[in-house]
Design a binder for this molecule. Structure first.
Ligand code: SF4
Length: 290
């Protein structure tokens, strides 16, 4: 009987069945056409699908809210074109944006900013004229009768701790800086009762120095909704914003977002349908809008 060669044996063995390729679900909002083409639908057989970073972005995608900034994405992708478009729209919508606290000197702004914690700017502006008339400089605040100071600022809330902060900061100003408000962030935050936000407000608005970005409740909320950060801590939000916002806009950016937060993007029900930023905003975390 003729022996079969090992080759012929191999030929007659049934070919192993390859497992079917798993079905890949397209990302939310991605059409099937795009998914199949991205997965090599029209590409050479066996060719690898292009990496996301190799795909040529469309013109619109350059300024629209990127999908990478949707909740669940691991990191936020800085997009200078989108940020530039947001800044342009904000400047156009809020040309009159400015510091809402009334002041004439850096010291007055320092005191007003301390008083504005957990209080409206309108309320602070009602209190400060009499306060500044009675206590015209840092030395006067430093030696003020604390009970009188507390009484004068009572309506701004947290009056005991605010009176203490004002007196401590003014005592440091007299002792260390000749009664003048310093012009740099590190020296300002070293004063008792002065935090980073207060220092940024004073430097930006009294001296025109862009030492940082003021992050209050409006700025924090809008920065998140606009997909500029996922942080909640104000200092971390500021650190995330600084590389994205050109320095010449740092001071106005806060004023724009504060006004926009008050007039359009409210905490409870933002008016997205009427918002000039809607084309560029991923509306992160927004569930109800008008
Ligand atoms: S109102 Fe809506 S579209 Fe406008 S910034 Fe706020 S979340 Fe975005």
């Amino acid at each position: 009987m003729p022996r079969k060669s090992p080759r012929s044996k191999k030929k007659s063995a049934p070919a192993p069945k390859l497992p079917a390729a798993p079905r890949v679900r397209s990302a939310p909002g991605t059409s099937r056409t795009h998914a199949s083409s991205a997965e090599g639908g029209h590409a050479r057989k066996g060719a690898r699908p292009p990496m996301a970073s190799q795909r040529k972005p469309t013109r619109a995608a350059k300024v629209r809210s990127p999908r990478a900034e949707r909740p669940g994405a691991r990191s936020l992708t800085p997009d200078p074109a989108r940020v530039a478009a947001i800044l342009e729209q904000l400047a156009e919508r809020h040309p009159d944006a400015r510091c809402a606290l009334d002041f004439e000197t850096p010291l007055q702004l320092l005191i007003a900013t301390i008083l504005s914690a957990q209080c409206t700017d309108v309320r602070v502006n009602l209190v400060t004229p009499a306060l500044f008339a009675k206590y015209p400089d840092a030395a006067a605040f430093a030696r003020a009768d604390v009970a009188d100071l507390e009484r004068m600022i009572h309506s701004t809330g947290f009056f005991r701790s605010k009176a203490k902060s004002i007196q401590s900061a003014c005592a440091d100003l007299v002792r260390l800086h000749g009664g003048q408000v310093p012009r740099d962030l590190d020296t300002l935050v070293a004063l008792r009762g002065v935090g980073r936000k207060t220092a940024n407000v004073v430097l930006g608005n009294a001296y025109g120095i862009a030492s940082g970005i003021v992050v209050d409740t409006h700025v924090g909320r809008l920065a998140k909704r606009l997909g500029l950060t996922r942080e909640s801590d104000p200092v971390k939000v500021e650190m995330a914003l600084q590389p994205q916002i050109p320095r010449e806009h740092w001071v106005m950016f806060s004023h724009w977002l504060i006004l926009h937060g008050r007039q359009v993007c409210s905490a409870r029900k933002p008016a997205c349908s009427a918002c000039p930023l809607r084309t560029y905003c991923p509306r992160v975390g927004v569930t109800v809008s008008q």
